[in-house]
Design a protein around this ligand. Structure first.
Ligand SMILES: C[S@@+](CC[C@H](N)C(=O)[O-])C[C@H]1O[C@@H](n2cnc3c(N)ncnc32)[C@H](O)[C@@H]1O
Length: 331
């Protein structure tokens, strides 16, 4: 067979594989793997000194090399800004209610915010993390594995009880395996965490809602407003999605079998506002990551971040930050 035929065959095969993946469980598998990317990028940025996290080393693969494109300073700055912004919103919320408040993290991946809060003596009533069972079971293994210099179990109020390999309950910390798109499965699993529906509760979705259809994420938000008396929501995801930047990103993700089913909600601040207001949230603030970087976050910290790896030009960073946003919504 000549080389052209081989290459066109492999093109066809790749296209068929992508189409198959997009409508099957392997689509979910590819989405779950985005957690590995986020963890490795955060681990890389932390090692560079962008921020301090004593816990991520338990979850990251310290021997894996981060792809060159993910080692650009712009990428590390973006990860720093998103982590810092979410942490600031959550800490502010917990302080506002003197710790008598709960945190629920949807699509938590290997996020370490629970440990960062507890180790800094932040007060909270309950912390619940949710992800696909295949992700939570891995997270549980990392939490419980012996050895290492940091013992994650030390942060728990009581001994960890694991069920079905995918759920862990330990005092005020809970990690549960559930598909956020499956309403009754999610509600059943959340019920095992005995959340108090009457106290203030902040929900986090860091790069998660975009993987679900707009209808599904909208009904998830509506359910929260109807079930919790004082919910707040901090959402980080793509933004300004109708230009070439997003098309290239979509194409790259598509080649890895990842579809962004909820991208239409990320088009503009108006779309985000509409989604949260329709779900019953009364106040909705949308900031793109340039605003987060230059106004919302501590400017001494921003100055320190800028020194770590000096950029020759700001255009790429500004372009990247313009395509992500944080939404903070309250009832
Ligand atoms: C890009 S990763 C982000 C992980 C973490 N929030 C962070 O920012 O480091 C997306 C996460 O959302 C989870 N996720 C996406 N769709 C989900 C669903 N329908 N149900 C449960 N988890 C989901 C994935 O498994 C993955 O862990």
């Amino acid at each position: 067979m000549d080389s052209e035929a081989i290459s066109s065959d492999s093109h066809v095969a790749a296209a068929i594989a992508t189409r198959r993946r997009s409508n099957s469980v392997s689509d979910d598998y590819s989405v779950q793997r985005t957690n590995d990317d986020a963890t490795q990028c955060k681990y890389f940025a932390i090692q560079k000194g962008y921020w301090k996290d004593d816990f991520i080393g338990r979850f990251a693969n310290s021997s894996a090399n981060v792809a060159e494109a993910r080692r650009f300073p712009e990428i590390s700055m973006g990860y720093w800004a998103r982590t810092a912004a979410i942490e600031k919103y959550v800490r502010g919320f917990l302080e506002e209610f003197d710790g008598n408040a709960q945190v629920v993290s949807f699509g938590c991946g290997f996020d370490t915010l629970f440990w960062r809060l507890v180790s800094s003596d932040a007060k909270l009533a309950k912390y619940v993390e949710v992800d696909f069972s295949s992700v939570t079971s891995k997270k549980i293994r990392h939490i419980l594995k012996p050895g290492g210099s940091v013992d994650l179990k030390k942060s728990f109020e009581s001994e960890a009880v694991v069920s079905h390999h995918a759920d862990l309950h330990a005092g005020n910390y809970h990690l549960i395996g559930a598909d956020l798109r499956q309403t009754s499965e999610l509600e059943q699993k959340l019920a095992t965490c005995q959340l108090d529906h009457d106290i203030p509760t902040i929900f986090i979705a860091e790069c998660v809602l975009v993987y679900m259809s707009s209808n599904t994420s909208s009904s998830l938000l509506k359910n929260l407003v109807s079930q919790f008396r004082h919910p707040a929501f901090v959402n980080y995801e793509q933004f300004r999605t109708s230009d070439a930047f997003t098309r290239v990103m979509e194409q790259n993700l598509g080649e890895r079998g990842i579809q962004l089913h909820g991208l239409e909600m990320c088009e503009s601040a108006e779309k985000q506002e509409e989604r949260f207001r329709n779900a019953g949230f009364k106040s909705v603030k949308v900031m793109d990551m340039n605003q987060i970087f230059n106004q919302f976050l501590d400017q001494d910290e921003v100055a320190r971040i800028r020194q770590i790896e000096m950029l020759d030009e700001m255009e790429l960073l500004e372009q990247l930050l313009a395509h992500y946003c944080v939404v903070f919504a309250r009832v």
